[in-house]
Design a protein around this ligand. Structure first.
Ligand code: FUB
Length: 322
């Protein structure tokens, strides 16, 4: 008995050392916040005392001007400046039906489970698709929650492109109803069942102007906000509504063109009394750019009528918050 307990104790210690060895502390020195690898398409989720930051991972070498992305990354922080990098909790290989392309994603918690909605190329149905992974812990490991795609390109036929089913964003409303928004050129949305892995009704379209991609849905003080990338190179614009089904009122530019990256892809959160705009640019050293992007964080400020002030992109980034 004592011998078995000793062995178990040793195994727990070895496991913890292993986990710690895979965690790296990053003291961010401003924007971009992560400089040892290229990170893109940020999504953030506040859970407990921490922010969990989920990103795509650009690995395209310089000269290869196309997206090359095979896994997603996970970081956490209790102060928005000191980030812990966790072992990559999700890879395209975790979806056996998928081909490649670990594009934009978002994580949300429901009943103690963490659901990670990802854009990914389908292996057998032409085009991009949306898959869902699930974990018991925001750091994962995540596994495919369905065993097949939640959304495939042939489910949305309005736009004659193969990449209109990308960039999922998810919200659980105050009444418990969950919604998934996504799209490229056309913004779609649908209700999700309580199990978070099935649609609960038809796919509907959102009527907003100049929608390119990267929708992010959030709610604050009874206003729904739909921010998204517009035009190309992209700027982030937004619309507001009192009803998640619309109509949406277009409010204009939220964040200007990054300048060093064609895309800008945002996430919006409130954490410890402040609001944050998390996005990417191409600002890392001489190799950064549209296919080697880097996550940045700046403050987001609201006006008293609920509209959002235009974001000021800075190289200083944000300060530690307690
Ligand atoms: O990272 C690949 C794609 O680029 C994303 O899905 C888009 O939002 C854009 O950022």
């Amino acid at each position: 008995m004592t011998k078995n307990f000793g062995l178990l104790f040793l195994m727990v210690i070895i496991f913890n050392i292993g986990v710690k060895a895979q965690e790296k502390i990053i003291a961010s020195k401003g924007n971009p916040i992560i400089t040892d690898k290229y990170t893109a398409d940020p999504a953030a989720y506040v859970y407990g005392d921490s922010v969990y930051l989920y990103t795509g991972h650009d690995v395209s070498p310089k000269g290869n001007e196309r997206y090359e992305m095979h896994d997603w990354l996970c970081y956490s922080s209790a102060d928005m400046v000191t980030w812990k990098e966790h072992k990559s909790p999700l890879n395209v290989k975790n979806f056996i039906w998928a081909k490649d392309d670990a594009w934009a994603s978002q994580v949300i918690e429901r009943n103690g489970k963490f659901y990670w909605y990802v854009a990914i190329s389908h292996g057998t149905i032409h085009g991009k698709s949306i898959g869902v992974a699930v974990a018991d812990n925001p750091r994962g490991p995540f596994k495919d929650a369905i065993g097949s795609a939640l959304i495939t390109n042939n489910m949305t036929t309005d736009v004659k492109i193969s990449w209109d089913d990308i960039d999922p964003t998810v919200i659980i409303d105050d009444d418990g109803q969950a919604y998934l928004f996504w799209g490229n050129q056309k913004c779609y949305f649908a209700k999700l069942k309580k199990n978070m892995i099935e649609l609960d009704g038809p796919i509907q379209k959102v009527d907003v102007p100049k929608f390119t991609e990267a929708p992010w849905i959030h709610k604050r003080k009874n206003w729904y906000y739909l921010s998204y990338a517009s035009d190309f190179p992209e700027k982030i614009v937004y619309a507001m509504s009192k009803n998640i089904n619309g109509p949406w009122e277009y409010k204009g530019i939220l964040n200007e063109i990054a300048g060093n990256s064609n895309t800008n892809h945002q996430a919006i959160i409130d954490f410890k009394g402040k609001s944050y705009f998390i996005y990417h640019n191409g600002a890392i050293n001489t190799d950064g750019g549209s296919f080697r992007r880097s996550v940045c964080i700046d403050y987001l400020n609201y006006n008293s009528d609920g509209t959002m002030k235009r974001v000021v992109m800075t190289s200083e980034g944000v300060r530690k918050v307690k």
